[in-house]
Design a protein around this ligand. Structure first.
Ligand code: ZN
Length: 176
């Protein structure tokens, strides 16, 4: 029976987090220690750690809307050193806002018997929000810790958190 958790880290890549990066989310630097701590707890409790990482072709249609970022194989597309994956972690490349879109995330979660996701990273109102919504639609319990997500604008950040953690309840909260 599915009753395991997975810890997801979205787009904590050089091209989002580093100062002067093409899609810099300055607030993302402030959440690094919080994610690191929870990730350590996850590893200690045998929770799967899954990275969802933008991995774009060099002429990806997304670059019509956003500066070029996280092009597959470049240094910018790599997870920041402070949160770098360890052996046994799962890395899932994605090309859009939801980590479920055109990826094998759902199959991976099923094969691991996961039914609850802790979702962290950036951007709160973009990839974190749409991955959370997609997860909820698929029947997963979703938890987004406020101190582990970051956005460009505070209003957007708060709106997304409210959508996920309050409006979409009760599916977001698992009674254990
Ligand atoms: Zn992207």
């Amino acid at each position: 029976m599915a009753d395991k958790k997975a810890f997801l880290i979205i787009d904590m890549l050089n091209d989002f987090v580093k100062e002067g990066a093409p899609l810099e989310v300055p607030a993302a630097r402030g959440i690094v220690p919080n994610i690191a701590k929870r990730m350590k707890d996850a590893r200690n409790s045998n929770t799967s750690v899954i990275y969802l990482c933008d991995s774009h072709g060099k002429d990806d249609p997304e670059f019509k809307a956003w500066p070029r970022h996280a092009v597959k194989g470049t240094a910018g597309s790599r997870v920041i050193d402070e949160l770098k994956p360890e052996q046994g972690d799962i890395i899932i490349p994605k090309t859009s806002y939801s980590g479920f879109y055109n990826t094998d995330l759902n199959e991976k979660l099923k094969s691991l018997d996961v039914d609850e996701l802790i979702i962290t990273g950036c951007v709160t109102n973009i990839c974190v929000l749409y991955t959370s919504v997609d997860a909820l639609m698929r029947g997963y319990y979703v938890k987004v810790p406020e101190d582990c997500v970051a956005a460009l604008e505070r209003d957007d950040h708060l709106f997304a958190l409210k959508q996920i953690n309050k409006v979409l309840r009760p599916r977001t909260q698992k009674q254990r």
